[in-house]
Design a protein around this ligand. Structure first.
Ligand code: UDX
Length: 437
């Protein structure tokens, strides 16, 4: 099929390459000429395992092209909207400027019978509003909402072999046509048994908001338990293992630590609260404010634990933060808890050096006042405390005896509870985890 993908950020670039991998002829469109130049040259402008190889393969096969011109979407039967929906400045609500702008521009390039497919995370009600605009301009085109659930770091796998597809479509013939077209687009993963649910627009939009809210709640739940563990001397990692053995609960997403960040969970739960308020259902989601508060408290707690490690004072102390990305296998520093903690420590008088295998360039732009060092050994040399805040493999595998020879004082805060506390203590370290005695 001929497919266009509007918006070539994390979501769109991965989606475009994966659609080409599935055998479709794809054009990826973005207003940013630099991004389009990089992608067309086979360079991925962010870190995503597996994507550079995939991009090279589909570009070489001639099935993927990039353009800054919306007019190049013409000729495609299916148009995927993959633009971002960031948080509005100073508000909880999502900023729909890019969705509305891209959609309006796309209307000029549509042809009879085209299917427009929204993938961006939007407030419930957006699809119905856009469908009305579409009906006014192109009565025989149809809109579907097909939310994306990909995780950074696993984006290629999550797109080619997702857990499920959700199609939000209108009633009757147009909905059936949109469903048939999406089934054709996704015929390869569907043939492998991927489940698919066909529903209305509002439910499809809410599936995404609800899934992210549930994941955020799960993380804040275990972090709340970590707070209780800290005042009782209990161990939150054992607690998580034990409750996770109950199949109704499950162990995944029960890792206590410095909390969640990134470009999705924090802004999505806030946008969901804002939308519920607009709809008069704010009470239903007041618990998400608590989820958000618990999450933000983790960052302050990490600062306090660091101060305790350093005998009550941060002034003039040399602190090395291991990890700047919001999670491993990503160079994304949007709302990164690690960087937030690093900046707070620096503001409170410490001299903070940050290291990360992939995220230093992005971190430098956001927090230029911090010191950055790419080499791990260099970064930890003469440190008064190490803070493991993003669980990259190289930090999980750091040998305590080796690190001991480089630092000035053997203090370590394991902000993700991924180190072997006994081995670190045996090597003479003052080890502190999160939610464990
Ligand atoms: C998330 C959703 O998982 C994905 O389905 C959706 O499409 C987009 O948002 P992503 O932002 O890539 O994906 O990251 P995710 O793997 O969900 O992690 C989010 C944050 O939670 C990270 O900062 C991570 O470190 C933190 N986290 C995750 C925990 O603190 N504890 C856990 O147990 C799991």
């Amino acid at each position: 099929m001929r497919v266009s993908v509007i918006g070539c950020g994390y979501l769109g670039a991965v989606h475009a390459a994966c659609m080409a991998k599935l055998g479709h002829e794809v054009v990826g469109i973005d207003v940013d000429p630099w991004k389009i130049g990089e992608l067309q040259a086979g360079r991925v402008p962010f870190f995503e395992p597996g994507l550079p190889e995939l991009l090279e393969e589909v570009l070489a096969a001639g099935r993927l092209k990039f353009s800054t011109e919306m007019a190049d979407a013409q000729g495609a039967q299916v148009h995927f909207l993959c633009v971002g929906t960031p948080q509005r400045k100073g508000e909880y609500a999502a900023d729909l400027r890019h969705v509305d702008g891209a959609f309006a521009a796309l209307l000029d390039s549509l042809e009879p019978g085209n299917v427009v497919v929204g993938k961006s995370t939007v407030p419930v009600g957006t699809a119905a509003r856009l469908a009305e605009d579409l009906a006014g301009r192109h009565p025989d085109a149809v809109l579907a909402w097909n939310p994306e659930f990909l995780r950074e770091g696993f984006a290629v796998k999550d797109t080619l072999a997702p857990d499920r597809f959700v199609y939000g479509v209108p009633d009757g013939g147009p909905g059936e046509r949109a469903t048939a077209v999406l089934d054709e687009v996704y015929s390869a993963p569907l043939a492998l048994g991927t489940r698919r649910l066909v529903t209305d627009y509002a439910t499809a939009e809410l599936v995404k908001s609800a899934a992210n809210s549930f994941l955020a709640t799960k993380i804040s739940f275990i972090n709340a338990m970590a707070e209780v563990c800290e005042v009782t001397g209990a161990d939150v990692t054992v607690l998580a293992d034990a409750i996770g053995m109950d199949e109704r609960i499950g162990r995944r997403f029960l890792n206590a630590g410095i909390g969640f960040g990134g470009g999705c969970l924090p802004k999505d739960i806030r946008a969901f609260m804002a939308r519920a308020g607009e709809l008069g259902a704010d009470q239903a989601l007041t618990f998400l404010r608590e989820v958000d508060d618990i999450n933000v408290r983790r960052r302050m707690r990490a600062v306090e634990l660091t101060r305790t490690l350093l005998d009550g004072s941060l002034l003039g102390k040399r602190i090395t933060v291991l990890g700047a990305a919001f999670k491993p296998d990503s160079d994304d520093v949007r709302d990164s808890p690690a960087l937030n903690i690093a900046a707070q420590l620096q503001l409170q008088g410490a001299a903070v050096t940050v290291t990360d295998p992939q995220a230093i360039d992005g971190a430098q732009v956001r927090f230029p006042e911090l010191t950055y060092e790419r080499d791990l050994d260099e970064a930890i040399t003469e440190a008064d405390a190490l803070l493991l805040l993003t669980e990259w493999d190289e930090y999980k595998g750091l040998a305590p005896e080796h690190a001991a020879r480089l630092v000035r004082t053997r203090n370590i805060l394991d902000g993700r509870n991924v180190l072997d506390s006994r081995a670190w203590r045996a090597a003479g370290w003052n080890y502190k985890g999160v939610g464990r005695s």
